[in-house]
Design a binder for this molecule. Structure first.
Ligand SMILES: O=P(O)(O)OC[C@H]1O[C@H](OP(=O)(O)O)[C@H](O)[C@@H]1O
Length: 323
């Protein structure tokens, strides 16, 4: 890691990498706070050194996990105004932007929750995959509206984030049935909605989410259960408007099988992709803080929010032409 990066920021980067900090929105929040820390603690001698230091910090944070677009979107938001000519001015800009970002994130999730809750009826049963704070915000708002909701929760191998979902739902007073991932199709007959989050949403309406989402969505479509994706606009991937694809993170195979078992099995090749892509035709609605969208029309919202493209905050600025 770059020497200029503050030790607290390095710790955050490591925790994102090892998934002690995980979940697209939570990662974005942690990254914005880390940039704030770097700005507050910086002893850069001049504005140029400050900008270079913050760009290096953004790069360090960005290199941790490749798929959740909330991370670069957060970095871009916090570093969007680096025009001041003094260190104090720049410091203040970063602090203000980081505070604004974290407040907006919280508000967006609450607003999204209200939209998602309107799709849930009293007495509905949902099926969840992985752990998504955006998805849980919908259930929380529905419960606050006085609706009785029940949940079938997939454990979500290999890291079992379904356990976190089960716990949170229990805290909300939602009765939970925990199942192994391969039992999903069997229980789809009993559910009214599949409710998942997203790590990124592409311009064509594809949803990039925890591995297993696409298979679940195909089965749900076959069974006639609607699939609802809770994804605040922070999950919209601006690069996909100009033809970029979303990088799918491959994680350590030790998450799937330990070394002794692996040796015992004759050391087969093990693959551990963290995410998959669900095509838009298997998604009924993408619920955001700006309302719900059929996946095919999400690009309209993306154009409104991002224009036609964005530059990355860790890239060196292009040299200014001499007059
Ligand atoms: O932003 P929120 O809705 O909390 O989470 C969104 C998504 O982030 C998670 O990824 P991981 O567990 O970090 O790999 C899951 O795939 C989840 O659906």
């Amino acid at each position: 890691m770059d020497d200029r990066v503050h030790s607290e920021v390095r710790r955050t980067a490591t925790e994102i990498d090892t998934m002690e900090i995980r979940g697209a929105a939570t990662i974005a929040d942690a990254a914005a706070r880390a940039l704030r820390t770097q700005a507050t603690e910086s002893d850069a001698a001049d504005a140029e050194a400050f900008r270079a230091e913050l760009r290096a910090t953004a790069r360090t944070l960005h290199e941790t996990r490749p798929t959740a677009v909330s991370l670069p979107n957060a970095l871009r938001y916090v570093l969007r105004d680096m025009s001041s000519t003094t260190v104090e001015g720049l410091r203040q800009n970063v602090v203000d932007s980081a505070d604004e970002f974290c407040a907006r994130l919280e508000r967006a999730q609450a607003d999204l929750g209200q939209v998602g809750a309107n799709r849930l009826r009293d007495g509905d049963t949902i099926m969840t995959h992985c752990h998504s704070t955006d998805a849980l915000a919908c259930v929380e708002a529905a419960v606050e509206q006085g609706k009785h909701i029940e949940a079938v929760v997939k454990e979500t191998r290999p890291r079992n984030q379904g356990h976190i979902t089960a716990k949170r739902l229990h805290e909300l007073g939602v009765p939970v049935t925990l199942i192994v991932d391969s039992a999903a199709r069997r229980y789809l007959n009993d559910v009214d909605h599949v409710l998942v989050g997203a790590d990124a949403v592409a311009a064509d309406g594809s949803v990039i989410n925890k591995i297993g989402t696409s298979g679940l969505a195909v089965n749900a479509r076959e069974r006639g259960s609607p699939i609802m994706v809770a994804a605040q606009t922070l999950k919209l991937h601006p690069g996909t408007m100009t033809g970029h694809t979303v990088d799918i993170e491959m994680r350590d195979t030790a998450e799937v099988v330990d070394d002794d078992t692996l040796a015992d099995l004759g050391t087969p090749t093990v693959k551990n992709p963290a995410f998959d892509v669900t095509p838009p035709r298997y998604v009924d609605a993408i619920v955001t803080e700006r309302g719900q969208f059929p996946p095919e029309s999400i690009v309209i919202l993306m154009r409104e929010l991002f224009g036609e493209g964005t530059s990355e905050p860790w890239a060196e600025p292009s040299p200014r032409a001499e007059p």
